[in-house]
Design a protein around this ligand. Structure first.
Ligand SMILES: [Zn+2]
Length: 294
């Protein structure tokens, strides 16, 4: 399994601010280093631009680099490509690589990776192809993922529970999040042989947020318990399955398992695993999530 993190330096919701970011970064990186898990992590450089905190926020990214992580580009301000022109999105990509490229100078040469915000890769064929061509010309590969554990949903509820000092709910959320991550992993394990005839190296997408920081050690332990070892994204991308072109065009951001299935002209009919089996977070979590956003 390859592990990727999004929305660096930190998903700042609620009022946790820089101290929250520093705590989560330290926790995530100590786990990754102790378990020797190679990671590619995707930066929104716009999040560095906080008055009085620019240096401190760049220092957070430097910590990821020092821990051996490869930093990728996730655009400057995390816009939705569906609402932007190709030109506007290109500007977001260019603006989003300035500090990251400087911090990564010591690591040259390395593969540049790009991940579209919300993995919205283009809602029209023309937009998708234009950005793909632009990224290739700039040396980027688009980073896929095959497991999405929707940690951003759990995280919104979790940050609320922490804010309310409701440790019982916080613990319940951590447990549910870990259980859900394994369910999402099992789904990918059952789904990928339907497409490729055998299991493939999976790529997990998580975020640099509170709940993942607090659950990462246990999550990696459970995944290792399922027999996973952790490889670089470069290694995963060298597998034949990952050479399958992503031909999905649309406004959603499905995992690459769906995209590859579409590319191969498969539909879910006749497959043992399909959309109906895609696990959802528990209803009580979804209710908390909806309440917290009202
Ligand atoms: Zn993101």
């Amino acid at each position: 399994m390859a592990v990727t993190f999004d929305d660096l330096p930190y998903v700042d919701i609620g009022e946790r601010g820089l101290p929250g970011a520093q705590r989560a970064t330290k926790k995530i990186l100590s786990v990754l280093q102790a378990r020797r898990v190679p990671v590619v992590a995707f930066v929104n450089e716009g999040k560095l631009q906080v008055v009085g905190e620019v240096d401190a926020r760049i220092a957070l990214l430097q910590q990821w680099v020092d821990a051996g992580v490869i930093l990728g580009n996730h655009t400057f301000s995390h816009p939705d490509f569906n609402t932007l022109t190709v030109q506007q999105f290109q500007d977001e990509i260019i603006k989003g690589e300035v500090i990251t490229r400087r911090l990564m100078q010591s690591r040259h040469p390395y593969q540049l990776y790009f991940r579209h915000p919300q993995t919205h890769t283009g809602d029209t064929q023309a937009k998708k192809e234009a950005i793909e061509g632009f990224l290739t010309a700039r040396g980027y590969k688009v980073a896929p993922h095959t497991i999405d554990n929707t940690d951003f949903i759990f995280n919104v509820c979790y940050v609320n529970a922490l804010h309310n000092k409701d440790e019982a709910t916080a613990k319940r959320l951590r447990d549910a999040y870990l259980t859900f991550t394994i369910a999402a992993t099992e789904f990918a394990e059952r789904f990928s042989p339907e497409i490729f005839g055998a299991e493939i190296t999976q790529t997990l997408l998580v975020h640099a947020n509170e709940i993942t920081a607090d659950c990462l050690d246990e999550m990696l332990s459970r995944l290792a318990g399922r027999g996973y070892r952790f490889v670089t994204l470069d290694e995963a991308m060298s597998e034949p399955a990952y050479q399958t072109k992503d031909l999905y065009v649309g406004k959603y951001g499905p995992t690459w398992l769906w995209r590859w299935m579409e590319s191969k002209g498969m539909n879910t009919k006749g497959m043992k695993v399909g959309g109906k089996d895609d696990p959802e977070p528990p209803e009580w979590v979804m209710n908390l999530y909806r309440q917290s956003r009202q």
